[in-house]
Design a protein around this ligand. Structure first.
Ligand code: NAD
Length: 465
């Protein structure tokens, strides 16, 4: 989904809310429409876009100036919050779209944070550790007036990790001597005040969103009366029937980084329903085995090489039985479920009809375009959207930020239990509303619930007239 598509979705939902008689307790139709129109204006637009060129002296290339961004969309729910990505496709429009999605995600999950995002236009693989360290420190120097524990709290995202965040925290501390600094970033290493379980949280939450739907929610909802999403309901039934016939469900996972590799591990370890991870991919390659890949060995390889094996020699050496395909082939492999855990706009008008999966889980942000979302909805496929699915990271970030204030460490079990409980509360609300009311897509229903909350807050804070 691109920024313009996100903005159209906000407009459509706000128009629907403005027609709802009881909304905000405003009886006068005209008055309610004006209030909703003001909220639409505020939420469609962004509070602040900061662009800077980071100056780095490279080891072999001399001085380069790298575009870098911090975008703060809205803070009506709380301090701005959102990751920083290092990726060669970073643009202002992309970072703004991701900042808007953070506002919506945090509101949907009722977290006390607003939405922000950061980005640096580099492929981190082309930079040495020393250069990446310098870029991370310069990022903090350039954006220092806009970042802080009580203002805007970044975290890792695509192409960044706890090491990058630790460097950034170190720089923040140097710039602000004597001030409390642990709450300035989340996603730190545990040794540096990070939350136990933060690295795995997004992947665990992603798999939880899917398995809770097909297992817990589906079974407890089977006798609740007439569903409005008949086609999607049948898809769930068929998926579970497939499992009875084959003895397992097949999953393919695009992206084998922080999110994708954890989803793969969760899938093979899930005891209630056997899953075979038949395909995984990264930016270089897809590995496919119709009987299921050896995820433990692939995880071990990825931990040391920061990528998947991509030559026959590497597969032979590590005894991995897989067919090597092109990176983009992951999208069209034979599978029941597809987890998207890489980058934006992967399934779109040009390839959506070739995709075979029946259920899509958006671990990544915005991996489907609106065309693909609408098409899948119309033919009964299930799309579990990003803002619902990949909130595990930000929920645990909230715990990390809280623990930095009381200088205490929560245990990993407590962190994952709290994250799961909070996710399940939102999942229950969304799945109930999606399957039992008329709404365009599950994404639309998530936007509806989030925008309802945001408008309510704006109204109560006296921002809408
Ligand atoms: P990561 O950098 O750890 O891994 C990304 C994976 O995607 C890698 O395997 C990489 O090779 C692959 N990839 C990169 N570019 C690609 C391309 N053009 N085509 C195919 N594959 C490509 O990143 P991550 O932290 O796992 O994040 C993945 C996605 O999840 C991103 O969209 C991110 O915004 C989203 N997300 C992450 C978190 C988090 O806590 N890490 C939280 C919420 C959402």
């Amino acid at each position: 989904m691109k920024r313009e598509e996100t903005q159209v979705l906000i407009e459509n939902v706000m128009d629907e809310l403005s027609e709802e008689k009881g909304f905000l307790g405003i009886k006068n139709d005209q008055n309610r429409k004006e209030v909703c129109s003001s909220a639409k204006e505020i939420l469609k637009t962004t509070d602040k876009i900061i662009k800077s060129y980071i100056r780095v002296s490279r080891e072999k290339h001399g001085i380069v100036r790298i575009p870098a961004y911090r975008v703060q969309h809205n803070d009506i729910s709380g301090f701005y919050k959102g990751g920083i990505r290092f990726n060669e496709n970073v643009t202002e429009a992309e970072v703004e779209n991701l900042a808007i999605l953070m506002t919506i995600k945090n509101a949907l999950h009722r977290l006390p944070f607003g939405g922000a995002k950061g980005g640096v236009h580099i492929n981190p693989k082309n930079f040495s550790d020393q250069e990446l360290n310098l870029i991370s420190k310069k990022y903090v120097q350039r954006f220092k007036p806009d970042i802080g524990p009580n203002h805007d709290i970044p975290a890792p995202d695509l192409g960044t990790n706890e090491r990058v965040i630790d460097w950034m925290v170190g720089e923040y501390k140097t710039i602000h001597p004597g001030e409390s600094y642990l709450g300035s970033f989340t996603g730190k290493s545990v040794e540096n005040g990070g939350a136990r379980g933060r690295r795995e949280a997004t992947g665990k939450g992603t798999f939880l969103s899917y398995r809770w739907l097909i297992q817990d929610w589906f079974h407890t909802s089977a006798d609740r009366g007439e569903v409005k999403r008949n086609l999607q309901w049948k898809t769930l039934q068929k998926l579970l029937q497939t499992r009875e016939e084959k003895g397992h469900i097949d999953v393919a996972i695009q992206g084998f980084g922080n999110v994708g590799s954890v989803v793969a591990t969760e899938a093979i370890q899930y005891e209630s329903i056997t899953h075979h991870v038949v395909a995984v991919s990264d930016r270089d390659v897809t590995l496919y085995n119709k009987d299921g890949l050896d995820i433990d060995v692939l995880n071990a390889f990825a931990r040391t090489h920061a990528r998947l094996p991509f030559t026959q020699g590497e597969l032979d050496e590590t005894h991995i039985d897989a067919v090597i395909l092109k990176a983009e082939d992951i999208l069209t492999v034979e599978t029941d479920v597809m987890v998207l855990a890489a980058v934006e706009d992967q399934i779109h008008k040009q390839n959506m009809k070739e995709v075979k999966a029946k259920v899509f889980v958006e671990g990544a942000n915005a991996p489907l375009t609106q065309d693909a979302d609408d098409y899948f909805e119309s033919i009964g496929k299930i799309v579990i959207p990003d803002i619902l699915v990949n909130a595990g990271g930000v929920i645990v970030s909230y715990l990390e930020w809280k623990q930095s204030r009381i200088t205490e460490h929560y245990g990993e079990e407590k962190v994952i239990d709290e994250m799961s409980a909070q996710m399940i509360e939102t999942l229950q609300r969304v799945y109930d509303e999606y399957f039992y009311t008329d709404s365009a897509t599950m994404r639309y229903r998530c936007f509806y619930l989030a925008l309802e909350r945001l408008t309510n807050l704006l109204y109560r804070h006296g921002k809408l007239f």
